[in-house]
Design a protein around this ligand. Structure first.
Ligand code: ZN
Ligand code: ZN
Length: 421
């Protein structure tokens, strides 16, 4: 590095202050990011313009947000439907006693804004698998996964792959942890890295298609705040490199064994037969919203694209009815499966577990074509997939982007939210 030219370009701004006695001066640097800008490749404007989605506001999420806000990442969205408990206070830097019972995402956002008022930080107390539209994800420079379960990781992975946004997954246990970077469409994805045993456990779980998020809470993972700092810092730092366009690789794991103090980098092999590599090319932005009827989407396709729509494919299974094999009775449900708990499958008459009848494809003549997309579980600002005479199109619900309102999931505007509009 050429020291002199470098310094002349980046001379810190200073102000001179006179003390009350009026005879001595001291220099106070008023540039918050002065030391960061001394890093050769650092671009503060680029960071200020960047958008990052952090999924999970627990121990890892706190650390990631803390670091991103310290360095002045301009736009942060934080998603977590969980509420703060006493046990979180030993591992999360932003949480205080008085926060217990409040949504994690909201509190982290509030505290992060205090830490650096330059940053626009929005908290969404919603479920990433049910309530976050692909249109929101598509706008991100990077998504950071700070979750503690496989289902959320699988979902984040598929979303990021569809819209081509890099994501950095963090995982911690006791005093060891890993940060994995995926940059679609290159390299391995999260599903490529899953072992046979992971798939076995996943299929066991998916054998019941009712996936209400609360039912999927796995056993509590033992973790120390020290490893959360370590892995959260790695995730944040890789994100900063990504935002700056620096090389991070794809399908890369940074693995730390805290017992042996063994740190290494590994490249995961890509599986060409992996089912998670679907990409949504050429997304078309439309004025349609999640309140539009399926029929409206078909009509739009016909009028604007000149193509005869055949069907709309849902990303989330829609439960039509429960059928009891014992009583030979059916009961209509009509809700997205991720909103139905496993307990709801029990027959109220004979207590037998009923068989769910689901669909993920709405055809032209289907009576569900008269339903609103939101009734079928399509979240705000999602991208829907339409099959038509010319193949397939990806249609973004651009009308959900109300400029007078925060551009996030609608559910976040209710309840304890102090964010949004
Ligand atoms: Zn894959
Ligand atoms: Zn029954």
């Amino acid at each position: 590095m050429n020291e002199s030219s470098f310094l002349s370009d980046k001379r810190p701004q200073s102000v001179t202050q006179t003390t009350s006695r009026g005879h001595s001066t001291l220099e106070i640097n008023d540039d918050r990011y002065d030391r960061l800008k001394l890093i050769g490749w650092w671009n503060q404007d680029r960071l200020q313009a960047s958008r990052v989605l952090v999924v999970g506001a627990g121990a890892l999420g706190n650390e990631v947000v803390k670091n991103l806000v310290l360095v002045g990442v301009g736009n942060l969205s934080i998603v977590d439907f969980d509420r703060i408990e006493m046990s979180n206070l030993s591992r999360a830097v932003f949480f205080r006693d008085e926060h217990c019972g409040r949504p994690k995402a909201i509190v982290v956002a509030e505290m992060a804004r205090q830490l650096n008022p330059d940053c626009r930080v929005v908290g969404w107390p919603v479920d990433v698998t049910a309530d976050i539209g692909l249109g929101l994800v598509r706008e991100m420079d990077v998504v950071i996964g700070c979750v503690d379960n496989r289902e959320a990781r699988l979902w984040i992975n598929r979303m990021c792959w569809k819209v081509g946004v890099p994501w950095i997954d963090g995982g911690i246990q006791e005093i060891s942890g890993v940060a994995k970077t995926y940059c679609p469409p290159a390299g391995a994805c999260y599903e490529c890295t899953m072992t046979e045993n992971d798939f076995r456990l996943m299929h066991l779980r998916y054998s019941c298609p009712l996936l209400k998020r609360e039912d999927l809470q796995q056993g509590k993972v033992p973790t120390a705040p020290t490893i959360a700092s370590f892995v959260g810092a790695l995730q944040a730092q890789e994100a900063l490199k990504l935002i700056h366009g620096r090389e991070v690789g794809s399908g890369i794991g940074l693995i730390f064994n805290g017992d042996a103090n063994h740190f290494y980098r590994t490249t995961f092999p890509r599986r060409e037969d992996c089912l998670a590599h679907e990409t949504y090319d050429d997304v078309i932005s439309t004025p349609l919203t999640s309140s539009s009827l399926v029929r409206d989407v078909f009509e739009w396709t016909e009028q604007r694209l000149g193509l005869v729509a055949d069907s709309l494919e849902l990303d989330r299974d829609f439960l039509i009815e429960f059928r009891c094999e014992n009583c030979h009775q059916s009961a209509a449900v009509e809700q997205c499966t991720n909103k139905i708990s496993h307990r709801a499958a029990q027959c109220p008459v004979c207590l037998n577990v009923r068989v769910p009848q689901t669909t993920n494809r709405i055809e032209r003549g289907d009576r569900l074509a008269d339903y609103r997309l939101s009734q079928l579980g399509v979240p705000t600002r999602d991208i829907v997939k339409i099959k038509h005479s010319g193949g397939v199109s990806f249609i973004e619900l651009g009308g959900d982007r109300n400029p007078a309102c925060s551009e996030g999931p609608r559910e976040a505007l209710a309840g304890d939210s102090t964010d949004g509009c």
